[in-house]
Design a protein around this ligand. Structure first.
Ligand SMILES: [Zn+2]
Ligand SMILES: [Zn+2]
Length: 73
């Protein structure tokens, strides 16, 4: 017997985000794990991964890209 099934999907480098909780780009607070936040790359420069927490989504708080200064909903 071994540890079959323990390691799964070990192909290529994997970015681990567990130790670095994401920060909402709109309000600046840490997005807690499990929250229905959204993340997407800046639609203008595409270089920055932007997070928006659930609250900012509901309130439609604008975000600002720290790289290019793009603002949008
Ligand atoms: Zn937020
Ligand atoms: Zn940008």
């Amino acid at each position: 017997m071994g540890e079959a099934g323990f390691q799964e999907g070990s192909k290529g480098p994997v970015i681990v985000e567990a130790s670095t909780p994401p920060i909402c780009s709109s309000c600046g607070r840490i997005v807690p794990p499990g929250e229905k936040a959204v993340k997407f790359y800046c639609p203008n420069c595409g270089a920055v991964l932007i997070w928006r927490c659930r609250k900012c989504r509901e309130l439609v708080i604008p975000y600002k890209c720290p790289n290019c200064g793009f603002e949008g909903p």
